[in-house]
Design a protein around this ligand. Structure first.
Ligand code: TXA
Ligand code: MG
Length: 380
């Protein structure tokens, strides 16, 4: 397989990682597929090489509208195994299979219930993953040993162009080292994957910034296994009652319940320092975070504060960042992982953050933040 395999010596990978930069401004797309031909035209040579790597069983990192993915041929168990090895991912944590055209679902799913058909029509392409029963051809090395398979059709035109060019369906987890925040920029992928994979396609900063909603449609009633941009309300409008897996719903660490999405049980998105969330009315929250900052700084710790555009000036910490604006929740989702990664780079010991317990997209943000904080939440 030439130089695309990478040589692993005592766990050290050594491949030249090539970065292909795409000028997203030059491809004026709407994410609905109309402009796909123009994207393919602009990227023909780069995509050819990327498609070849995928067909040979190698790995390519690529942008999607949610986070960057680390892609391989989903029907090739050896290729999937390379994903687990590059990420250091536990082998019982299944991968999402990405498709470019709805017809590809039939290659992967054994049955497509009518309700699933309706969900695909309404929400694809887009940030929604559906779990269905798998066809026997899909290797268990891709599905973490399960008889079900996660399927998503991304709206990002580069993702779809890559899938089409490869002529395959592409298994892709988020392109981070296991346990680190998901990548929302190519530089995040570079930090985690350089020397481990042959190619990164750089499509700039992603639009949404948190991973897709996962909807289990293998049982009678649909269940959300991971909250995301497509909210319960949006799904219920189409499907009627939709439940949320209790393991991902609460504000407390789930005890005695096993998450239905194997990946949700791991301590994901974790910064190296201790993240502590503070919840309550604005003024007491600011006072509490300032008091905690003073206390920890007096002990010689490095402290950072995550605030919002509305509250940033009221914090005393030297290192303070706005995660976005409360009146624009999408900005908070978009900046979350970049801020968590920055807190690692700054070698912070403690990170105190405001909380965003609200319906919709911010609910998905809080799901990620609670996990990143190991459920350290101070309620005032
Ligand atoms: O937005 C996204 O979904 C991104 C982009 C790259 O598409 N991908 C992503 O993949 O977040 P990953 O591997 O980081 O997360 C996949 C989640 C894991 O929690 C995994 O356990 C769950 O999906 N999953 C995959 N297949 C499953 C299955 N058959 N049953 C239950 N959960 C499944
Ligand atoms: Mg992930």
């Amino acid at each position: 397989m030439g130089n695309t395999t990478g040589i692993s010596v005592m766990g050290v990978f050594c491949v030249d990682t090539k970065i292909i930069k795409i000028d997203m401004n030059s491809c004026d797309f709407d994410g609905k597929g109309k402009e796909d031909d123009r994207v393919v035209e602009a990227l023909r040579d780069s995509l050819k090489e990327a498609g070849e790597i995928i067909r040979e069983g190698g790995l390519v990192a690529f942008p999607t509208e949610t986070v960057y993915g680390l892609g391989a041929d989903a029907m090739n168990a050896e290729a999937s195994a390379r994903i687990y090895s590059a990420k250091g991912r536990p082998s019982d944590n299944p991968l999402i299979v990405h498709i470019a055209d709805v017809e590809q679902v039939t290659q992967i799913a054994a049955e497509i219930p009518r309700s699933a058909q309706a969900v695909m029509e309404r929400f694809w392409p887009g940030p929604l993953t559906i779990i269905l029963k798998k066809r026997p051809e899909v290797p268990k090395g891709t599905t973490g040993g399960l008889d079900t398979v996660a399927i998503r059709m991304p709206s990002h035109p580069v993702a779809r162009a890559l899938i089409r060019e490869s002529g395959r369906v592409i298994a892709a987890p988020s392109a981070n080292t296991s346990g680190r925040p998901s990548p929302t920029k190519a530089v995040h992928v570079w930090e985690d994957m350089k020397g481990r994979i042959p190619m990164i396609i750089d499509g700039g900063t992603v639009g949404i910034g948190i991973e897709s909603t996962i909807l289990d449609m293998t049982e009678e009633a649909p269940v959300i296994l991971r909250p995301g941009y497509i909210t319960r309300e949006m799904l219920e409008e189409l499907l009627g009652p939709v439940t949320i897996d209790p393991a991902v719903a609460g504000r407390q660490m789930p005890v005695g319940i096993r998450a239905k999405a194997p990946g949700m049980k791991y301590r994901h998105y974790a910064p190296k320092g201790q993240l502590v969330l503070v919840e309550g009315p604005e003024k007491p929250v600011i006072e509490k975070i300032n008091a905690l900052t003073k206390e920890k700084e007096a002990q010689g710790c490095r402290v950072g504060v995550i605030a919002t555009d509305e509250t940033l000036p009221f914090y005393d910490a030297d290192i303070r960042r706005s995660i976005g604006s409360r009146s624009h929740p999408e900005t908070i989702a978009a900046n979350l992982y970049d801020i968590l990664r920055e807190s690692d780079a700054l070698e912070l010991d403690y990170i105190y953050s405001e909380s965003f317990f609200e319906e919709g997209l911010l609910d998905a943000v809080m799901n990620r933040m609670l996990k990143a904080a190991g459920y350290h939440l101070i309620t005032l």
